[in-house]
Design a protein around this ligand. Sequence first.
Ligand SMILES: C[S@@+](CC[C@H](N)C(=O)[O-])C[C@H]1O[C@@H](n2cnc3c(N)ncnc32)[C@H](O)[C@@H]1O
Length: 301
Amino acid sequence: MKEIHLDDKVKLYYGDVFECLEILPKNTIQTIITSPTYWGKRQFTNDEREFGKESLEQYIHRCVSLFSNLLDLIKENGSLFFIMQDSRMGSGISRTQHFSDKFFREHPSWKRNGNSKEVHGNRSKVTAHHNIIKNTSWCGIPFKIANELVDKGYIWRDYIIWEKPNPMPDKIVNRVRQSAEYVFHFVKNKSYKYNPKEISVIGKSGRPRPMNQVWTEAPNPEVSHSATFSPVVVERLLKATTDIGDWVFDPFVGSGTLLKLCLKNDRRFIGCDINSEFTRVCKRIITSYQPLRIYSHLSDH
Ligand SMILES: C[S@@+](CC[C@H](N)C(=O)[O-])C[C@H]1O[C@@H](n2cnc3c(N)ncnc32)[C@H](O)[C@@H]1O
């Protein structure tokens, strides 16, 4: 675990998320919004600790263990959101987008097996087959993780379906296109911080009402990272469950979508990633934001 940036408003670490957990103070974080590498899909490092390269059962177990540790870490009225796409058995790790992108060509560590055409495409062993789940079937991963967390006693408040208007094209004709990811909201207690106006629309009555469960928003178009959050979705979650000055954590910080939103909205931020290119990108975001007046109105610094 390496400290990349530490001040009283932003902390950034390079390393494995489980190492990061060991050094974080308990009961200080208000909200966690995060998204691990999905199972058997893209890979961003050659590091065996990166999420998504294990067997299905190990992946689910690691996610459940991580998310329950995270729930234990947050404040009593805090929230955990994890954003995840399901995977189909038999599909493989994709490097397509990385291969065609100049940035990824210049940073071969972002590809699992280099950029040779021979290893390009569906080469994943973990997704090749399963003793029970037949090839081409959904695995139901986000739901399996959520069910286990419920069984451990955490409260599953919501799942929002984040629909992307421009999903990756595919050639299959006998099923619908995969265009959705799931946003799962977990809390420890029935009473948690929630600013309802941040997730509301004006209803037919002319009064605000909670938004519906399906949100159609594009992913972040600005960055090279190929698995980014939608800033619109994430900003809503952030503003609904935190106030100015609250600590927010993303253990899989990637291109820093949540980091930018925290800087913009005067929230304090902790981030971690196992890929040094991403932590470098995030360090640049922090240093280019620091000169701006942020948090100057907070009393606790
Ligand atoms: C889906 S991406 C996150 C994208 C991010 N939300 C954004 O908007 O750019 C998953 C990230 O998790 C990181 N990662 C995977 N396994 C990790 C681990 N064990 N510890 C820390 N980071 C990890 C990957 O390097 C990748 O950047």
